[in-house]
Design a protein around this ligand. Sequence first.
Ligand SMILES: N[C@@H](CCC(=O)N[C@@H](CS)C(=O)NCC(=O)O)C(=O)O
Length: 227
Amino acid sequence: MIELIQFPWSPFCLVQRRILEYAGVPFKKTNIHNQDRSLVWRLTRRRYYGVPIIRDGRAVVFETDDHSQVIAKYIDGKYQLNLFPRTFRGVDRILWRFIEEQVEGPCFRLNDIYWEDFVPKAERLAFLRFKERKFGRGCLDQWRTRQHELITDLTQVLVPFELMLAGRPFLLQEQPHFIDFDLWGMLANFLFTGHYQLPALHSCLNEWFARMSKLKPAAAQSEKLHS
Ligand SMILES: N[C@@H](CCC(=O)N[C@@H](CS)C(=O)NCC(=O)O)C(=O)O
């Protein structure tokens, strides 16, 4: 059984969790502590400390750079999900960079404003220190002060996706593409604590998000198509 090693709120982990759910196979989720990456470090033979990673029997799969998508491609190949069709090769890379930079930026900051909701007490010191070392002292308070501005930024950055969804059920085609899962993960991170809703004016995006959240496993869908 595949094991997903993760933080439950991480946008990148949410992407892989949703793909595994879509694959319709049983998988195990192992949550690690933000400040204790020893399991990841050990499994990757001291080559990686980020999350997510997956373990599948003797194989341990992890990203090789910020935009490599090694894990998603591994799951895609193993379960024949066709999430990276040839038609969009190249275009998909531009899109996932945009999603993981421009969309992820406001999403994780808006989620982190409520960090005390999801970081256990014992891990808060390490979490705060990690954030402040990476984004500067007082960053979480600054994001709280800028909350409305960040929501406006997010609304703006989602416009292209709303337009893409005006004419089809998923972002690029009639079936979900990796890009759908990638955007879903960023937005699921934004919505993680339950303090927000997706911008109401993006009605197609709201419908798409609900569709993506209850997507039936790929195998069940193709059985339906061929029955
Ligand atoms: N592009 C990577 C990004 C993964 C990533 O940034 N993970 C964060 C958690 S959300 C992490 O573990 N970063 C390293 C660290 O926190 O030290 C992916 O898609 O998996």
